[in-house]
Design a protein around this ligand. Structure first.
Ligand code: IVH
Length: 686
């Protein structure tokens, strides 16, 4: 942690005091926005900030362009002045297929005249999905920001960029150049984007389609006071003019130097060798992509050595030393042919778009979700429209928006059906709910099938061999109406099903037998109560200890359970109020059927030896599976988290533990092996 500069004597002059306040506020900004290690409480920051504002309003001559008070936005401007870039801002050549990458490496290798075994070093980084920007620092002070524009001339967006909190208004360190153009990307983190859109919605203002548009819109705001409220971020990745300091010998060193001066540099970067190294980087980033907090549309490879970059030079508007390796586009245009509705496990009716087939996100998409009736209205999507379809990673494809300018005259509005397409029961939508539901309950085969499928899930009763195809037959032949009926199935019934060999029938019977002994948490989860996921089921089981008190709990009692709010409590209460649900439960726990060990209700506090502790599991333990270790830890009151942070109390590492272990060591966290885990569970602290 950075130490606070010593506080100047109270009686110091306004000039000294203002200088100290500026330095302290900027230091705190850097700790908060760049290092992600806040070290000044918000209230304290605000106090110092106000003090600086007061000094500056009493002595306007003391206002400096790098003062943090200038980040809040100034006068609205009438337009943006053109800025001619001293060094043009180029674009990148793109590659998609592995062959494109191999060809790039081959060309570079040949052009540089390297010997056969002598591989090229490449600096690899992310391709951020934002806007390119050039920042000019003179004697370390931020003086100008300009957009890329056509590459030669951009627009002056200095006042807007000044509001970006993670950008230093003054560079730090001993090697600050006379003149420096930092090139990089302005973007908006997904979480910030979601929050901002929520605020826009609440204020009845226009929402943005994606973080990139939001970033672009914010940067081109004429009123920088508005930009100041938009949560923009920045990552540096390139250089324009440099005077007064030598050019670093490699791209990696350039970025290190940037970080040293306090500029935000992304940490997902590496230096690799040859085409093989490039492809490995691409794969690794591809796997992480969805978990990154911002959007990227690929990765960028740059020849690492500056002298080699210079030797390669440029073709038209793009450098020969760099290549963007892009992911397949996640959005595409297609035609909306029809809107049907689908019935979910809990009876939720979802409008589904039937599309003209389109290749997007690496697959052909013909159906996409429209979420619910209100979304269809809000986005004003009509049958016949040309729509933008998005398919990102493992997420279900969705219709993002319609192109109003391409709407045909005969486009039709969607009408929510009044009857369930599967069972014909009435569709009902409660006044304050977004979701319409089929009222057929277990009478509705759609809900029956999905209820059974959910019941058999690995994290529910874990009935191996009860797949979708079998469930379909069991329901369609009316052999199974509720999960309880599963346990009455005999060998002969199962063996006559389509595609069911005797061996599989026997295996399924064995799985059913095995599934009968379970845990209370799994049983509750398996019931498929709306709003009750695995973790709520565990909380309920831990809090009440046994099933009857849960079934009879009042809303108030349910609200006492950790993480259970009014909506969840209401849903649980309603579920057990339904007579047919109770009937099924009684059938399920009848003698010879499903059993679990009931326990006493949890003591109020503390819950278990590890109450309040956060533990991260990584690698393979010698005997325990990850799920088993997780269950044990949770039973002891610990929270099992997916990633290591300062908030982690313990890391349990097995064989082949990777980056999480490294991170734990870096943070100096206690790392345990399986034996250590057992000790910890017994109540020994390390
Ligand atoms: S370098 C001389 N690095 O991609 C090369 N660009 O197609 C100049 N971009 O306009 C660009 N992430 O907006 C570079 N790590 C990265 C990038 C990146 C995103 C964008 C940038 C540029 C476009 C070029």
């Amino acid at each position: 942690m950075v130490r606070h500069p010593a506080r100047p004597p109270e009686a110091s002059s306004a000039t000294e005091r203002a200088a100290w306040l500026r330095a302290e506020l900027e230091r705190a900004n850097h700790a908060y926005y760049v290092l992600d290690q806040p070290d000044l409480p918000d209230a304290e920051y605000d106090k110092l900030f106000r003090e600086l504002q007061q000094i500056e309003s009493a002595h306007p001559d003391l206002i400096t362009p790098d003062s943090p008070t200038q980040r809040v936005g100034g006068e609205a401007s009438a337009g943006f002045e053109p800025v001619v870039h001293d060094v043009p801002m180029l674009s990148l050549n793109n590659g998609f297929a592995d062959e494109d990458i191999a060809a790039f490496d081959k060309r570079v290798h040949e052009t540089l005249g390297k010997a056969e075994g002598d591989q090229v070093d490449y600096a690899c980084e992310l391709k951020f999905d934002g806007l390119a920007i050039s920042l000019r620092y003179v004697d370390g002070v931020f003086v100008q920001a300009s957009t890329r524009g056509d590459g030669t001339t951009g627009e002056n967006v200095t006042e807007n960029v000044r509001t970006i909190r993670s950008l230093p208004l003054r560079l730090k360190g001993k090697r600050v150049p006379k003149v420096l153009d930092v090139r990089g990307e302005v973007l908006m983190f997904r979480r910030d984007f979601a929050r901002m859109n929520e605020r826009q919605r609440e204020a009845g203002q226009k929402e943005f389609a994606n973080p990139r548009n939001a970033a672009a819109g914010s940067l081109r705001q004429l009123d920088s006071k508005i930009t100041a409220q938009r949560p923009l971020s920045f990552f540096a990745y390139g250089i324009g003019v440099l005077e007064g300091e030598p050019m670093p010998a490699t791209h990696a060193e350039l970025l290190d130097w940037y970080a040293e001066m306090g500029l935000p540099v992304n940490s997902e970067r590496a230096v690799v060798k040859g085409a093989q190294g490039l492809l490995e980087f691409f794969r690794a980033v591809g796997e992480k992509r969805e978990s990154l907090p911002y959007d990227i549309d690929g990765v960028v490879y740059k020849v690492n050595r500056r002298d080699e970059q210079d030797a390669l030079g440029f073709v038209s508007r793009a450098p020969r030393f760099a290549l963007a390796h892009k992911f397949p586009a996640q959005e595409a245009l297609t035609k909306l042919l029809a809107i049907d509705v689908q019935v979910g496990r809990t009876g939720a009716i979802t409008p589904v778009a039937r599309l003209e087939p389109v290749f997007v996100g690496g697959a052909t998409v013909t159906n996409a979700t429209l979420h619910n009736e209100d979304e269809v209205r809000r986005k004003d999507i009509r049958i016949g429209d040309t729509v933008i379809v998005r398919r990102a990673g493992d997420v279900i494809p969705e219709v993002v928006s319609a192109l109003l300018e391409r709407r045909p005259e005969d486009a039709r509005e969607f009408v929510m059906p009044t009857e369930c397409p599967v069972c014909g029961s009435r569709i009902e939508r409660l006044p304050d709910e977004a979701i319409a539901r089929c009222t057929g309950g277990l009478f509705c085969p759609a809900q029956r099938k999905q209820a059974l499928w959910h019941f058999a899930q690995r994290r529910a009763l874990d009935i191996d061999g009860l797949g979708e195809k079998i469930i379909d037959q069991l329901v369609e032949q009316n052999l199974v109406r509720t999960p309880a009926d599963l346990f009455n199935l005999g060998f002969a019934t199962l063996a006559q099903l389509d595609r069911m060999a005797d061996k599989s029938a026997q295996n399924l019977l064995d799985s059913l037998e095995k599934a009968k002994s379970t845990t209370l948490a799994r049983f509750i989860y398996a019931l498929g109560i709306r709003q009750v996921g695995e973790s709520t089921a565990k909380d309920l089981a831990r809090y009440f200890g046994s099933l009857d008190p849960i079934m009879d709990a009042s809303i108030e009692q349910l609200l006492e359970v950790k993480d259970v709010g009014p909506i969840v409590a209401e849903s649980i209460h309603q579920f057990f109020a339904e007579e047919h649900n109770r009937t099924v439960i009684e059938q399920l726990r009848a003698p010879g059927k499903v059993t679990w060990v009931e326990g006493p209700p949890a003591p109020k506090a503390p819950v278990g030896v590890l109450a309040g502790k956060t533990v991260v599991l990584t690698g393979t333990l010698p005997t325990l599976t990850r799920d088993a270790a997780k269950e044990m830890l949770e039973a002891a009151g610990a929270k099992v988290a997916g990633s290591v942070s300062k908030k982690t109390d313990y890391v349990v590492a097995g064989a082949d533990a990777g980056s999480k272990l490294a991170k734990a060591e870096e943070l100096g966290l206690p790392v345990l092996d399986e034996e250590g885990l057992h000790k910890l569970l017994e109540g020994h602290s390390t």
